[in-house]
Structure formats: C-alpha cells, structure tokens
Design a binder for this molecule. Structure first.
Ligand code: C6P
Length: 408
C-alpha cells in the first residue's frame, strides 16, 4: 500500500468529474496525454490574465516578470532531472521536436558517411523517423536492436551491434506500447564504454519514474510536458553542456543570436542558442507548476501506486477475460497494458468501451515496426495514472465483458 490517495488526488482534476456518453468518465489514455490539475490550468490562465509579455526582450516590468517566471521553470526542470546546469535544459514543443533538434544538430556536428546510429525495435516513430532522415542526409546507417517475444530488449544483441561505427544510440526508457522499462543504465554504460553518444526518449518515463541524468550518465534525455500534467506544446531536451556548446543551432531567428550582420551571425549562449523565436511561455510556466505538483505527490509514491494498479489490472484481465492476449510481459513494466481479445479488432472494442465512458487508445500507437514484429495491426491500450482507481479497472473489465457479448 502507498500513502497516495487517488480519491483525494482526483479532486484536483476538473475534467475527471464529468459524464461521457452518459457514463462517468474512466480515463485510461494517460500514455497519450495526462489530464491537468487545476493548479496548472490556473497558472496558465493567471499568466495570460496578469503577467503576459514576451521574454528576454523588454526592460519593462511585465517582460521582466514573464522572464523570471520562464527562467524559474527552467530551474525547476533542472532539479527535476538533476542536471548539473540550468543551461542544459532546452525548452522545445515536446519529445518529437526534441528528437528532431538533436537529429539535426548532432547530425551536423558528429555524423558522417558510413557511421551508424543504433535504435531498438520498440521505438516510437518519433525516435525512428528523425534518425532515418539524418541517415539519408549523411549516408549513415540505422541499426535496430531486436526484442524478445515478452517485450524485453535483447540486451546482448544491442551490445553486439555497438561498434567503432556507432556514433549515437537512441532508445526509449519506457515503451509506450509494451510498457517495458528498459535497463537504461546498463545500456548507457555499454554505449559510454564504446564512445557512443546516448539519447534517451523519456516521453513515457518522466511521468512515472524518478529521472537523474547525472546518475544515468546519458548525454541527452527528452520528454513532453503534456504527459506529466503539464500543457500541450511544451517539453524539454536535456543535453550535456559541453556537447550542446559544440553543436550548431537547430533553427535560426530571434533569441538564438548574439549579433547579426548580413555577412555573419554569432550565436547566443546556451540554452538560448537552441530556443529560436518567441517560446511557448505559458506552456513553460504551466510545466513548472506541473513539476511542483508531481513533486508534492512524490514520484516514488506515484511509481508504487501505479504499480499496484498495473498488478491489479493484469490479474483481473487474465482472470476475467479468457481470450485476452497481453503484449508486453517484461519483468519491469510501467503502468500500461496492451492487449487483444480473440480475433476482435481493437477499434471495435475501443469504440464500444467509449460508449460506456471508458477512454482507451487503440491502434499501432505510433510503433508500426513493433506491430509488424508481432504480426498484428494494433492493440487496445489501457494506460494508468496516479488518479485512476481499482474501481475504474473493475468498470473496464465489466465494460470489456459487455463489449465481447455484443461483438459475439
Ligand atoms: N506517444 C502515445 O499515445 P510527443 O507527441 O512529441 O509529445 O511525444 C512523442 C512520443 C515519443 N516517444 C514516445 C515513447 C512516446 O510515447 C511519444 C508519444 C503517445 O503513446 C502519442 S503517439
């Protein structure tokens, strides 16, 4: 048992207290995006009502106030991931933009024809396509480490794929489709020993696990704010300062420059070099408040409680839905379950659950190569958060039983 009371926490989330299709909402699509507590909604609204101005540009009071709030949030993010320096936190629009930034900038600096980039078979499209684009641009090769049927990474195969050609490895901390928690420290150590730079896609880990980039000893780490109670359109990439300093900027424009003439431009200091244009100020401020909110609950409490939900849901599904097949049975899993029931198409099951007010995700979850690996078009995915309850899991089980009756 944990000291996290989901019934108390739920009171902080206005959206959860409504009916959908005439039934109380059961929100199990947290892997796609989490809901927002009132403090975050208020912070965004208050910022626009009282403090809005552009940042880093004006001597006037409102601009300074907005700049202070914006940079305050950066400090919170620095502490959240335990970075050494504030400048190591670059704000982006989310994980996808973080990876595109990295693929461009690291690609320009370090990747040459004949080099290799290593990913895994369970990556999200966001951690595949930007690397393919880079490989095409530079004449490099994308290598893919395989997984086992139970959804765990084949760590030996991953290590064997590391060679003098492997300039970068990019892999997820937690799989959005299988729930697998990768042994990232072991993988990072192997990469570091090989002189390979490492990027971790933390889109699905940041909401559930404590992250310490110094302890992990990775070079880059990214996540999105909207999966961790923050607004949409905001995220970060953490990068080791010495590497960010060497890398060229991703986009050109205002804010990222020191001086501009028609002959030559010099670039701003970190992190501004990577934050061209007017940023998502409200998003940054909202994310800062979301981090405070998560810290107040405590990530260890969150992890423990969500694990209770995962164990409970897995047991109930297996005991009550005989035809279920769960995809992703790794020993170390985060709080989501991907499954199929008999030959029923995931969309049919998902649509019937929706009629009962139960929101799950169906489809390939932006992991088409992983779906091909299992030879399936997609799955039904229930992903839990700290504000979900066992009572809601029971509702999903009886919802699935009703759906199966209708479908058969
Ligand atoms: N996965 C899901 O339902 P953005 O869209 O940039 O915030 O995050 C992209 C992303 C990158 N990596 C992983 C592991 C992810 O899970 C996601 C987003 C959502 O699984 C939407 S496809």
């Amino acid at each position: 048992m944990t000291n996290l009371d989901p019934y108390k926490t739920r009171a902080d989330f206005p959206i959860l207290h409504q009916d959908i299709n005439g039934k109380p909402l059961v929100y199990f699509d947290n892997g796609a995006s989490s809901q927002k507590p009132k403090v975050v909604i208020d912070a965004v609204s208050n910022y626009y009502s009282k403090s809005h101005a552009n940042v880093h540009r004006g001597v006037h009071t409102l601009s300074q106030e907005a700049t202070n709030m914006y940079e305050d949030a950066r400090r919170k993010l620095k502490t959240f991931v335990n970075a050494r320096f504030e400048e190591e936190i670059v704000f982006t629009s989310g994980t996808t933009q973080s990876i595109n930034l990295l693929a461009f900038s690291i690609g320009e600096k370090y990747i040459q024809k004949g080099d290799e980039i290593l990913i895994t078979e369970m990556e999200h499209h966001s951690n595949i396509v930007p690397w393919q684009m880079l490989c095409e641009r530079k004449g490099a090769t994308l290598k893919v480490a395989p997984i086992f049927d139970n959804g765990e990474l084949n760590v030996d195969a991953f290590k064997q794929l590391l060679s003098y050609k492997t300039k970068l490895a990019a892999f997820i901390h937690v799989s959005n489709t299988l729930g697998t928690v990768n042994p990232v420290k072991e993988l990072i150590n192997a990469c570091n020993a090989n002189g390979t730079k490492v990027f971790i896609d933390g889109a699905q880990s940041a909401p559930h696990l404590k992250i310490d980039v110094q302890d992990l000893n990775c070079d880059f780490y990214a996540f999105s704010g909207h999966k961790l109670c923050g607004p949409t359109g905001i995220g970060i990439i953490y990068g080791r300062k010495d590497l960010l300093e060497e890398m060229p900027p991703y986009q050109g424009g205002g804010e990222m420059i020191k001086t501009v003439t028609f002959e030559k431009t010099t670039y701003n200091e970190l992190p501004h070099k990577f934050e061209a244009g007017t940023p998502n100020i409200a998003g940054v401020i909202g994310l800062g408040v979301a981090i405070d909110y998560i810290n107040n609950l405590g990530l260890l409490n969150i992890e423990k409680y969500e694990n209770e939900l995962l164990q409970y849901a897995t047991k109930q599904l297996i005991e009550n839905i005989p035809e279920i097949k769960i995809y992703g049975n790794a020993k170390h899993k985060a709080s989501l379950i991907s499954f199929l029931i008999g030959n029923h198409h995931p969309y049919d099951v998902g649509a019937l659950l929706d009629q009962m007010g139960i929101a799950v995700r169906t489809g390939h979850h932006c992991t088409e190569p992983l779906m091909s690996r299992y030879g399936i078009p997609g799955t039904i995915r229930a992903s839990f958060s700290f504000y979900n309850t066992k009572e809601e899991i029971d509702k999903m089980i009886s919802g699935l039983q009703k759906a199966l009756n209708i479908l058969s």
